[in-house]
Design a protein around this ligand. Structure first.
Ligand SMILES: [Zn+2]
Length: 212
């Protein structure tokens, strides 16, 4: 498996890449990565959280599972996943300046499983941008408008979901050491990854592309 590209994405920034069907891509890191994908030959076709969950009748995905587009076409297959201590998320959208402000003002919620509260409270503690801005900026060269960035596959974002109330709790569960998820594109793709700021805890991530 020869490496074609290896790029570090600094914390609270994003990057976008084109990749051909049949290659491999790896997302590696120790903190949350917001990941989206588009059909490179028709950028209107995008990753879809709901189709991905419904077609596989589950809300957690890992090795062997598929990321579907809104047209119900397989976009990527997960071929390896070394995050053994937790799960990836398919519920949440993206963090953004506005979301941070809404949480700080108490008009939107974000709850933590461990009873901690990492939400920024003071204006100066609120990041001026988040994953939405990171992905939108990274996708600008392909003329994808911010409103057209789909809700992502949130890699290394381990949520605990109460089965009765449906409450989504953020957890502090992250890879102990660098973990990775390998994906096989099932079509020629444009994809983008954001290194989530995670309220200041986010770290740089690494994106790699292999020839097969
Ligand atoms: Zn984020």
């Amino acid at each position: 498996m020869g490496i074609l590209k290896s790029q570090v994405v600094p914390k609270n920034s994003g990057a976008a890449f084109e990749v051909e069907k049949g290659r491999r891509l790896r997302i590696a890191g120790r903190s949350i990565v917001d990941f989206v994908a588009f059909n490179l030959r028709d950028l209107m076709e995008r990753f879809d959280q709901a189709r991905t969950k419904t077609n596989q009748a589950k809300i957690f995905i890992s090795t062997g599972d598929i990321l579907y587009s809104k047209r119900n076409n397989p976009m990527l297959t997960i071929v390896a996943d070394t995050f053994k201590g937790g799960r990836h998320d398919l519920q949440k959208g993206m963090c953004s300046r506005k979301r941070f402000e809404m949480v700080a003002a108490g008009i939107a919620k974000r709850v933590f499983a461990e009873g901690v509260d990492l939400n920024p409270k003071r204006a100066e503690a609120i990041p001026d941008h988040g994953c939405w801005e990171n992905l939108s900026t990274a996708l600008q060269p392909w003329n994808i408008a911010p409103d057209d960035v789909p809700s992502p596959f949130n890699i290394f974002q381990c949520m605990r979901i109460d089965p009765d109330t449906g409450i989504m709790y953020d957890t502090m569960t992250r890879p102990q050491s660098e973990a990775y998820i390998d994906l096989r594109p099932e079509m020629d793709l444009l994809f983008a990854a954001s290194a989530c700021p995670e309220s200041g805890r986010g770290q740089a991530i690494r994106v790699e592309i292999f020839d097969r």
